[in-house]
Design a protein around this ligand. Structure first.
Ligand code: PAF
Length: 288
C-alpha cells in the first residue's frame, strides 16, 4: 500500500491504473472504525483499485469546533487499510492541499441550509470544496460515502451533478454498534455515562420508524415531540430534531402527516457532554 502526500502524485498513480481499471475513492478524516471499513469493502466490490484519503479538513470546522482535538490515529489507520487490501492512502498535509494563496470555495445552496447547515455555518462549503479537490486529484470513478452524514451525501450528489464532475457517488447504510449507536470517530470521546445516554438516539429513531408503520395519521409535530421528549429525558442536549423529505432536506411543517411526505427521513443532532452526535433514519416503507 502506497502512502501519497501530494495531489500531483495521487493523480499520476490513479491515471496509470485508469488505463485498464476502475478506481474507487473513500474520503475520510481518519480515526477509522468499522463504518469506514464497510465503505472500503464496498469500494473494493465496485473497483479493482481503491484509494482512501485521510485528511482532517480545516475548512469544514467552525472556529469553536473540535479541529485541534479531532482524533488522529494515522499509523493505526494505515494498518487497518493495509489489511483491507487498499492500494493507496492519500494523506496530504493541510499546507500542501491548501497552499497560502488558496482562495476558492464551492457553495451548494438550498441543501446546505437546514439541519447541520444551520448549526454549522460554512461546514458544507468546506466539505464540498475538499471533496471536489479529492475527486479531481484522485480522478476516481467512484466515491463511497456513509449515510450517517446523509446531508453531506445529498450536498455532494448535487455538486457532482451541477458541476458535471465525472465521478459516481455511492451511499452505504449506517453501520451501528450492537447496541444501536451509529459508529462515529467521535464516539471515542464519550464517557460511559454519556455513551449510555446516547443510546436514546437510535432507540428514539427506531421507535419513530415503528410508530409511522402503525399510524397513517401521525403528524410531523406529534412524532418529533415524542422523539424530543425521549431525548430530553436523558442528559442529551438537542440541537435539532427534524423530519424532512430526502429530496430537499427542508424541515416539514408540524401539521403535515408523515405519509404525505416523499421519502420522509428523521434527523437528529445532540450533544452528549461535549461531544456532538448526529443520526438519521428513513421513515419510509423502504430505506434505512
Ligand atoms: O465524512 C467525512 O469524514 C468528511 O466530511 C469528508 C467527506 C471526508 C470530507 O472531509
Amino acid at each position: 500500500m502506497k502512502v501519497i502526500g501530494t495531489p500531483e502524485e495521487v493523480h499520476k498513480e490513479s491515471l496509470r491504473w485508469k488505463h485498464s481499471e476502475y478506481v474507487a475513492l473513500v474520503p475520510t478524516m481518519g480515526a477509522l472504525h468499522e463504518g469506514h471499513l464497510s465503505l472500503v469493502r464496498r469500494a473494493k466490490r465496485l473497483a479493482p483499485r481503491c484509494i482512501v484519503s485521510i485528511f482532517v479538513n480545516p475548512l469544514q470546522f467552525g472556529p469553536n469546533e473540535d479541529l485541534s482535538k479531532y482524533p488522529r490515529t494515522f499509523e493505526e489507520d494505515c494498518r487497518k487499510l493495509e489489511k483491507e487490501g487498499v492500494d493507496a492512502v492519500f494523506a496530504p498535509s493541510p499546507e500542501t492541499f491548501y497552499p497560502a494563496a488558496f482562495a476558492s470555495k464551492v457553495n451548494v445552496s438550498h441543501l446546505s441550509e437546514h439541519l447541520c447547515g444551520r448549526s454549522r455555518p460554512g461546514h458544507f462549503e468546506g466539505v464540498a470544496t475538499v471533496c471536489l479537490k479529492l475527486f479531481l486529484s484522485t480522478a476516481a470513478d467512484f466515491a463511497i460515502f456513509g449515510e450517517k452524514d446523509f446531508q453531506q451525501w445529498r450536498v455532494l450528489q448535487r455538486m457532482v451533478s451541477d458541476l458535471n464532475v465525472p465521478i459516481r457517488l455511492v451511499a452505504q447504510p449506517i453501520v451501528r454498534e450492537t447496541d444501536g449507536l451509529a459508529m462515529s470517530s467521535r464516539n471515542r470521546y464519550l464517557s460511559a455515562d454519556e455513551r449510555q445516554a446516547a443510546l436514546a438516539i437510535p432507540a428514539s429513531l427506531q421507535a419513530a420508524r415503528d410508530a409511522v408503520k402503525l399510524s397513517e395519521a401521525l403528524t410531523v409535530g406529534e412524532l418529533t415531540k415524542t422523539v424530543r421528549d425521549r431525548l430530553s429525558a436523558t442528559a442529551l442536549r438537542i440541537e435539532y430534531c427534524d423530519i424532512t423529505s430526502e429530496t430537499d432536506l427542508v424541515p416539514q411543517a408540524a401539521e403535515r402527516r408523515i405519509i404525505e411526505i416523499e421519502k420522509p427521513r428523521l434527523f437528529v443532532a445532540v450533544k452528549s457532554g461535549a461531544t456532538r452526535l448526529i443520526d438519521n433514519m428513513s421513515l419510509g416503507k423502504e430505506g434505512t
